[in-house]
Design a protein around this ligand. Structure first.
Ligand SMILES: [Zn+2]
Length: 157
């Protein structure tokens, strides 16, 4: 799964895509799921190579998912340490029980808050929403223009 982000490509590894797909809310009572995105930044591409999945302390329902802040931070620190600072926090993902997912006002607030509160070396974060059929992948930057911008998928043949 590849998306166009300025002069970079954002690539999700097959392993990450498989995990995201496995949480699609295809069953009637299935809760939302979510976690954080972790990866590496190169000159020409950003590789999202690791994500966290729902676990202890996360709260979820059919139409909401709240991840446990401490548990996510533990994963961010571990990934950072074990990669000599190369694997970093890149954003958030969660599922929606709709075919073509769109961010809610809560989703927009979450990304804005994460951009404001986390001490990061980058000035943007990604938001991935996994629908039952399609995925929504967007970026938001720090600063005055704080709206989510959906990224165009690069279809590889
Ligand atoms: Zn949402």
């Amino acid at each position: 799964m590849e998306y166009i982000f300025g002069d970079k490509l954002v690539k999700f590894t097959d392993e990450v895509v498989d995990i995201l797909n496995s949480y699609r809310q295809v069953k009637k009572k299935q809760h939302e799921a979510g976690g954080i995105l972790l990866g590496r930044i190169f000159d020409d591409q950003i590789i999202i190579q690791q994500i966290t999945t729902p676990g202890p302390g996360d709260k979820s329902g059919r139409y909401f998912f709240e991840r446990n802040v401490k548990r996510a931070q533990w994963f961010v620190d571990l990934a950072w340490r074990s990669s000599n600072g190369e694997v970093i926090y890149l954003g958030e993902w969660h599922t929606h029980p709709e075919p073509v997912p769109r961010p809610s006002s809560v989703d927009r607030k979450l990304i804005t808050n994460m951009l404001r509160d986390s001490k990061m070396s980058i000035d943007f974060l990604f938001l991935v929403i996994v629908g039952t059929e399609e995925k929504y992948v967007a970026v938001q930057f720090v600063g005055s223009d704080t709206s989510l911008k959906q990224l165009e998928q690069r279809i590889s043949v």
